[in-house]
Design a protein. Structure first.
Length: 484
C-alpha cells in the first residue's frame, strides 16, 4: 500500500469545469479499490464546502510568511468515500464565479497566490513537516494549478515524497510575472531555464515538468505529440530532454456514473440487451429540446467547450449540407463568444432541427449521450477526451479525429471490432465525409448495431490504467533518493 496525495484544482461532483474533475473523482476511487491509501487535496471553493457534509478542521497554519492562517479540513467524497483534504482559505477561494475566472471571463489576478498555496500545501503533506498525522509517499499533481508542488518538494530539506506530474492539457501553463517568485517564497536560483523560468515568466507547468520524478500524459499518443514543435507549446525541448521520464496512460471513465442501465439522469434506461429503449430516450430528448420528433432522423450530439481546439468551427462549415440530408443536431457547451454566436444563429436558422444550449448542464449531458445516435468530437488535438468513451458506453458511436486519446480509444468502424468513425485531416471536408459515412452506417441497422455493441462492450473503465499508475508509483519509490 502506497500513501498517495492526489492534488487537483477540481473534482466532480463538487466543482467541475472539464474532464479533470471527472478524472480527479474516478482515478483516486479506482486506486483505493486496488488497495492504495489515496487522499485528495482540493481548494475550499464555496461549492466544495457546501458539498461536503462531514468536514472537520485538522490543522491551522500559515502557508507563506506574512499570509493569514488557513485551515485544513478533512472529509470524505460524497459518492466514493475517498478521503479529501480541503484548503480552506476563504479570502482566496470563496468567490462568486468560476474557480479560475470571474464572470466577465478574465482570470482572477491572484491566481498565482491561490494555486501557489495549493501547491505548497501539497508539498507540506508530502514532507516530514506535514501539518496532519499523515505523510504522503507520492504526490500526484494535476495540471499547472499544482505544478509548483514538485519544486517545493525538491527544495525541501527533510524527508519528502516523490512526485508525478500529469499533463491533462499542455496548452494551459500558468505563466505569470517574475515578481510572484518572492511572494510564493521561492528562491531566486530556481528562476532559471533549468527550473521554473519560461520566456521570462514564472511557469507553474514548467516547474512540474522539470522537477517531478515522472511526467504522465493522459494518453500514449499525446505523450509523443507534445514532444513535437506543433503540439509542444514551447515545452517540447524540455519534454524531449526528459523523454525517458515521460509516459502516457489512457484515462478511464467512472462506469458507475456513466452507465445507461442505471443513469439517474435518464427517463428511459437501457443496456445492450434492448437498444430499442435507447430510441425512446431519443424521442424524449427531441421533444424536450423542441426538435421534430422523428426516430428515423439521424440525431448528432455535441457536448463540448466551443473552441477552436475542439474543431467545432469545422462542424459549422459542413452543417448546412448535413441538414439538407435530413440530420438533426443538439449542442451543449460554452466557450469562445464568436462560436457561441454562430451556433445560436444556426439554431434559429434550422429551428426544429438544431438545438443549442449555451452553458453546462450535467443531466442534459447524460441525456444527449443517451439520446443521440452519433456523437461528434472533431478535435484538432485532444490529450485524452472522455466524451468519446461516454458515447461508446451509451451505444452512441463517436466521430473523432485521429489524435491524442481519441486515436488511442476509438477503433475505426471499417474494422470488425470498430467502435466509431475516425478521420485524419483537420478539415471540414474530411469531417463532413466522415459524418456522412456514419449516417450511412446508421441507416444500415445491422452494421450500426455491430458498432454500437462493440463500443458498449469495449473496456473504458479505470482498472487497467489505475494499475499502470500503481506500477509507476512503485518504480519511482524504488529509485534512489534525489533521482529525477
Amino acid at each position: 500500500m502506497t500513501r498517495i496525495l492526489f492534488a487537483t484544482s477540481e473534482v466532480h461532483p463538487l466543482i467541475k469545469t472539464g474532464g479533470l474533475a471527472d478524472v480527479s473523482a474516478s482515478l483516486p476511487a479506482a486506486l483505493q479499490e486496488l488497495g492504495q491509501d489515496v487522499r485528495l487535496l482540493v481548494p475550499g471553493y464555496s461549492q466544495v464546502l457546501d458539498g461536503l457534509s462531514d468536514k472537520k478542521t485538522v490543522a491551522t497554519f500559515a502557508v507563506f510568511p506574512g499570509q493569514p492562517e488557513v485551515r485544513l479540513l478533512s472529509a470524505s467524497m460524497p459518492n466514493t468515500k475517498v478521503p479529501v483534504y480541503v484548503l480552506d482559505a476563504p479570502q482566496y477561494f470563496c468567490r462568486v464565479a468560476g474557480p479560475y475566472q470571474y464572470h466577465l471571463g478574465g482570470d482572477w489576478p491572484d491566481n498565482p497566490m491561490r494555486f501557489g498555496m495549493l501547491s505548497r500545501v501539497a508539498a507540506m503533506l508530502g514532507s516530514a513537516g506535514s501539518p496532519v498525522d499523515w505523510q504522503a509517499e507520492l504526490v500526484h499533481c494535476n495540471d499547472w494549478q499544482t505544478g509548483l508542488a514538485p519544486a517545493y518538494l525538491h527544495l525541501e530539506k527533510s524527508a519528502h515524497a516523490r512526485s508525478v506530474m500529469t499533463v491533462h492539457n499542455l496548452a494551459f501553463q500558468g505563466n505569470f510575472e517574475r515578481d510572484w517568485l518572492k511572494l510564493l517564497n521561492l528562491p531566486q536560483h530556481v528562476f532559471d531555464m533549468h527550473g521554473v523560468e519560461f520566456h521570462g515568466n514564472l511557469s507553474f507547468l514548467k516547474s512540474g515538468l522539470h522537477y517531478a520524478n515522472r511526467i504522465v500524459t493522459v494518453s500514449p499518443t499525446y505523450a509523443h505529440e507534445i514532444q513535437s514543435t506543433e503540439m509542444g507549446y514551447g515545452m517540447q525541448g524540455l519534454l524531449t530532454a526528459r523523454k525517458a521520464h515521460v509516459s502516457g496512460i489512457l484515462n478511464g471513465i467512472d462506469e458507475n456514473e456513466w452507465n445507461p442501465a442505471t443513469d439517474k439522469h435518464l427517463e428511459v434506461r437501457y443496456d445492450d440487451s434492448d437498444l430499442s429503449l435507447k430510441t425512446r430516450g431519443k424521442l424524449a430528448l427531441q421533444q424536450r429540446l423542441g426538435l421534430e420528433v422523428n426516430e428515423h432522423a439521424p440525431l448528432l450530439g455535441v457536448v463540448s467547450r466551443l473552441t477552436h481546439q475542439k474543431g467545432l468551427d469545422l462542424l459549422l462549415e459542413c452543417l448546412p449540407a448535413l441538414m439538407e440530408g435530413g440530420a438533426q443536431l443538439v449542442v451543449l457547451g460554452s466557450g469562445e463568444a464568436e462560436l457561441e454566436r454562430r451556433y445560436q444563429h444556426l439554431a434559429q436558422r434550422y429551428a426544429g432541427r438544431v438545438s443549442v444550449t449555451i452553458g453546462f448542464n450535467e443531466a442534459l449531458s447524460h441525456q444527449i449521450m443517451a439520446g443521440a445516435d452519433i456523437f461528434l468530437m472533431p478535435s484538432r488535438f485532444e490529450p485524452c477526451g472522455l466524451n468519446q468513451m461516454y458515447g461508446m458506453r451509451y451505444g452512441t458511436p463517436p466521430v473523432v479525429r485521429r489524435t491524442g486519446g481519441l486515436a488511442d480509444s476509438v477503433i475505426n468502424a471499417n474494422l470488425p471490432e470498430g467502435t466509431g468513425f475516425v478521420f485524419d485531416e483537420p478539415s471540414a471536408i474530411s469531417l463532413q465525409r466522415t459524418i456522412k459515412w456514419a449516417i450511412e452506417c446508421y441507416r444500415d441497422t445491422k452494421n450500426f448495431r455491430r458498432i454500437q455493441l462493440n463500443g458498449m462492450h469495449h473496456d473504458v473503465g479505470w482498472k487497467h490504467s489505475a494499475q499502470l499508475y500503481i506500477d509507476l508509483y512503485k518504480t519511482i519509490l524504488n529509485e534512489p533518493a534525489g533521482h529525477i
